[in-house]
Write a protein that binds this ligand. Sequence first.
Ligand code: UDP
Length: 250
Amino acid sequence: MALSSPKPIPIPTLTVLDVPIHQTDMATALTQIDTFVQSGVPHHIVTADASMLVIAHEDAELKQIVQSADLITPDGAGLLWASKRLKQPLQERVSGVVLVEKLCALSPERGYRLYFLGAAPHVAEQAGEQMRTKYPGAHIVGTRDGFFTADDLPALLEEIRSARPDILCVALGIPKQEKFIAQHKAALGVPVLIGVGGTFDVLSGNLRRAPLWMQRLNLEWLWRLLQNPTKISKVKLLPRFVQLVRQHHK
Ligand code: UDP
């Protein structure tokens, strides 16, 4: 990208359970990501929700990775609740699904090259096809499922490197995707690496997003649970999150 290279924007943070969360809305996050792309050097972006903060509370490696990420966006109703309790209310959620879709929409104009890594076989590929159809000219330069083995890893890393993406979206679930990014970002040399959880399941059309009224009432978690009851283990982390925030932020 032969554009001038603006400096990253200083974005204030709010600390929840020892993790700094950037007080950013979607538009600011996209501007920041643009500065990262243009810098050409690796930047890790985390979309943090309540379940991630609970897992990080018990997983020191994950906590350290999130603490040193370059952009940590607030995702999920739990974090909005915590921000109100801390009297530093966050404006809006910046979720992986919306972020990835907006980056695809900007891809033709900004020249972003995106690579989708993760989810079950064919799902990332379907998500890529959907994005190309919806945003003609979007550069999805590669897709690969998230069920690779340690033996597959060297070839996979080489495949990503040779596709030369600006943005690598990694959907392996928490904490696997954050650890993957931390471990391989230097070798991959991709300027923007984002952990995006179940994003490809949604963008591929395999999993529908909650109706708008449910999203507005912050009930997306309930919709996900109704669609996929195995998600109960994740939903169970919400009361634990509330308890931890009450203990740590009196
Ligand atoms: N996944 C994967 N490889 C794995 C484990 C999970 O690609 O070894 C994918 C899974 O198919 C799903 C995503 O990772 O698409 C995790 O989605 P979830 O909504 O559970 O993410 P989280 O809540 O952990 O961010």
